[in-house]
Design a protein around this ligand. Structure first.
Ligand code: CMP
Length: 145
């Protein structure tokens, strides 16, 4: 049934935003919300709080606060899984081997610089949509410098 997910075009792929939005549209998603934003280090730490303590947490949050991102709410039947299939495996090198047409294969570099993010479940999708689009989120949060 109709579902929503939070998609993010990460700083490394921001320059390819047009191509990625085209791929999203061609795949049959409705783009219901869209916002260009810039995360502070603290906001990146909050967004990825579930990964706090992992060895890649500091590098991940440095990267995610290094430039502009595009956050999108995507709506489609099975949107969460559908978007994760379009982006491909977390590691862009693995994506090039296993899903060469995927967005991470085309626009990412490795496990950290992997072009796109997608929510992994309905509860995290709701939280992540609220992170960018909930009440009081703009202006006031993730504002452009
Ligand atoms: P994302 O879908 O945004 O969700 C968590 C992110 O952590 C993931 O994409 C990667 O960018 C990053 N990540 C996950 N596992 C690793 C890892 N082993 N090494 C470095 N970065 C990772």
């Amino acid at each position: 049934q109709t579902e929503r997910t939070l998609a993010m075009i990460k700083p490394d792929a921001f320059k390819n935003m047009g191509k990625i939005i085209n791929a999203i549209s061609q795949s049959g998603f409705l783009i219901s919300k869209l916002r260009v934003a810039k995360l502070s280090k603290q906001e990146a730490q909050e967004f990825y709080a579930v990964h706090r303590g992992k060895p890649f947490y500091d590098g991940l949050t440095d990267f995610m606060s290094s430039g502009r991102i595009c956050a999108l709410e995507l709506v489609a039947p099975g949107a969460i899984r559908k978007w994760r299939e379009l982006i491909g495996p977390t590691d862009s090198n693995q994506a090039r081997a296993e899903a060469p047409g995927s967005l991470r294969a085309q626009f990412g570099t490795d496990k950290t610089y992997n072009a796109c993010h997608g929510s992994d479940a309905p509860d995290t999708a709701a939280e992540e949509v609220a992170f960018f689009f909930g009440p009081g989120r703009y202006p006031g949060k993730c504002d452009l410098a």
